[in-house]
Ligand binder design. Structure first.
Ligand code: B12
Length: 569
């Protein structure tokens, strides 16, 4: 096996989630990952790609997925056998606050002479806390760490850590040093050239497919994402990728936009490896209309067969939808108005649009042959009380009626669980938005993640919904929505009933847990694990609905291998 310079590890949310009794609730129902949040940040592959170009051998290992895949997989033993002078661990999503630090601990236990570096949004937000853990040697801050990581690899040899931008480190006396947070590029054209191709090369090199699989089910449903931007101009109060969120922990005051040419190239490269759907992250109009038209034109010429999934931050005009349909027939479109109530929406998203404008967009998308239109609503927002949440469910019924329950229209509701994102405007300034933080520090979040239900893990409540009410109304809304979909023929009744049954049992178990937690009876809580796992084990209707049928030939194995080896078709 070739010598590896850096191993990048992705942890599960909690180590070891397979042993800890937890009722997960709907925490990951609206993403394709499981509640262990086994999906690793795309950034791991963009870092690996950048380092490989400079000759550093980098290996990605998705520990979370390997643990999920087999109960027999012994993570500790596996890590003990890895060999590298440097281990990188993502602490991107706050839900990994527990798992990432525990994996660092295991790395240090077996490789005391190797160094550990942590990075990602949450590590950047909480770098002062994270660097204090004895098993962490370095924290790399920022949303664009590919080039700082390349410089860091050089510094590992010379010991000149002071020269690496964005790096937080401990000197020989153990004193924490914070280098200037100076690498925040506006031009990101030097990265993300072909990071999916790199994944294929990794499989060939390490003869290990399981370690690079991004999430459970990916081989059957190989959805990929293409990034259009880093940073955002909007101010969604619950998003840490928002304008002030990124200014705070990533030092980014302006979005960096990729060119239409780079985005189109990415899409083309991916289409050579997989026929799965490709999500374009970020509204393509955000970089200006000229860029959006150019991208559509390039995709039209490229005749990419994969379903292209677009995001709309504001309603799109029928003309623009028509252009999208011509460029990418059978496209899919998603939008997150978050609430049916424009007043709730206005403060929460910092954007103002009418339901009518959104409905016109939905109509245009359906008329122009969209294969799906997905609309997402959120629970736990500013000025949103219980009635307002339930009114959103009623609005969903209005939409189903208006669009004659078109099978291509998918409506979803969920809560940003278990955590409101640290770094987002409402986390940094809760009173201003009528929120109350229940956990503030990194360690508080870390501990919260081991609690036996997502209800106890929630890190906030609002002036309009207490923590208990947030859980209750989330369960109620999800159940009502599932039944509504069944009534309108959008979901098999059996699936809706299973969903409602799952929720009913979860609510009963929550009540039991409340009593046991109050009594501090940890032994009795541990005994509930089989029951919890049974409830957790139901496949949420929402997650199944998120999957676009991709047909039989989803991965283009031979093309992928050829491309990895020879760099062309
Ligand atoms: C795309 C996206 C997704 C995609 C993920 C694609 C992927 N595999 O990365 C999907 C839709 C699946 C997703 C899911 C979730 N997401 Co998301 N997502 C985003 C989004 C919109 C863009 C991120 C982006 O542009 N990445 C660009 C890539 C290239 O860079 P990157 O992966 O961030 O990596 C760079 C740096 O972060 C850093 N880095 C990352 N890891 C490491 C590790 C090391 C060692 C180092 C040195 C550096 C480093 O360097 C990388 C290279 O420069 C952001 C919002 C935003 N506008 O930023 C939210 C965001 C990141 N997501 C968020 C959340 C909460 C989630 C979920 C937990 C939601 C949920 N409850 O289900 C899940 C987690 C899924 C899982 N892990 O299993 C939050 C995170 C907040 C927080 N601090 O916890 C954000 C900020 C949105 C928000 N609401 O605030 N998400």
């Amino acid at each position: 096996m070739p010598k590896t310079d850096l191993v990048l590890l992705h942890a599960p949310h909690v180590y070891d989630f397979r042993k800890i009794p937890q009722l997960y609730g709907p925490v990951s129902d609206l993403v394709l990952a499981t509640p262990a949040f086994e999906m690793y940040p795309v950034g791991l592959s963009t870092i690996a790609e950048h380092l490989e170009k400079s000759g550093y051998r980098t290996r990605i290992v998705n520990i979370a997925w390997r643990m999920l895949r087999s109960v027999k997989f012994d993570a500790e033993k596996f890590i003990s056998k890895l060999d590298a002078p440097l281990f990188g661990i993502d602490l991107h999503w706050m839900v990994h606050a527990h798992g990432s630090i525990e994996i660092a601990r295991i790395v240090k236990k077996y490789h005391p002479d190797s160094k550990v570096i942590i990075g990602g949004y949450s590590a950047s937000r909480f770098y002062k806390d994270v660097i204090k853990y004895p098993e962490v040697d370095f924290v790399m801050r920022g949303d664009s760490t590919e080039e700082p990581m390349r410089l860091f690899m050089g510094a590992l040899k010379t010991g000149d850590f002071a020269s690496v931008p964005n790096l937080v480190w401990k000197d020989v006396d153990g004193v924490v040093q914070e280098n200037p947070f100076s690498y925040v590029p506006k031009d990101i054209s030097n990265v993300m050239g072909n990071h999916y191709g790199l994944m294929v090369r990794q499989v060939l090199r390490y003869r290990d497919l399981a370690s690079v699989v991004p999430f459970k089910g990916w081989l059957k449903y190989p959805v990929t994402a293409v990034f259009t931007t880093r940073g955002c101009k909007y101010e969604c109060i619950f998003c840490s990728g928002s304008k002030t969120g990124m200014a705070g922990f990533a030092n980014r005051t302006e979005p960096a936009r990729r060119t239409a040419e780079d985005i189109a190239k990415d899409i083309y490269n991916i289409s050579q490896i997989t026929r799965g759907p490709i999500l374009i992250v970020g509204d393509i109009r955000e970089g200006g209309n000229a860029r959006a038209h150019e991208l559509l034109e390039r995709m039209k010429k490229g005749r990419v067969k994969n379903t292209i999934m677009y995001e709309a931050f504001n309603p799109m005009s029928p003309d623009f939808i028509k252009e999208m349909a011509e460029a990418t027939p059978g496209f899919s479109l998603d939008m997150s108005p978050e609430s049916h109530d424009p007043e709730v929406r206005k403060v929460s998203l910092g954007r103002d649009f009418t339901n009518q404008a959104m409905e016109d967009m939905i109509q245009a998308a359906l008329d122009n042959g969209a294969s799906r239109v997905e609309i997402f609503f959120m629970i736990g927002l500013h000025k949103q009380d219980k009635q307002s949440v339930l009114d959103t469910v009623d609005y969903c019924e209005e939409l189903l009626k208006k669009f004659k329950a078109d099978k291509r229209l998918f409506l979803f509701m969920g809560h940003q669980a278990p955590f409101m994102a640290p770094g987002c405007p409402a986390f940094e300034n809760p009173e201003r938005y009528g929120f109350r933080l229940l956990y503030k520090t990194f360690e508080e979040h870390r501990q919260a993640l081991t609690l036996p239900s997502w209800k106890y893990q929630l890190n906030y409540e609002t002036q309009w919904l207490s923590k208990k009410e947030i859980t209750e109304v989330t369960y109620e809304a999800i159940s009502r929505l599932a039944q509504l979909k069944a009534r309108y023929g959008q979901l098999p009744q059996k699936m809706a009933d299973e969903q409602s049954e799952r929720i009913k049992r979860a609510i009963q178990l929550e009540e039991k847990l409340d009593r046991l937690v109050e009594a501090g009876d940890t032994e009795a809580i541990a005994k509930l694990k089989p029951e919890m796992d049974e409830i957790n084990g139901f496949k949420a209707a929402e997650r199944l609905e998120l999957e676009i049928p991709v047909g039989l030939v989803r991965l283009r194995y031979w093309n992928a291998v050829k491309k990895a080896l020879f760099g062309k078709k």
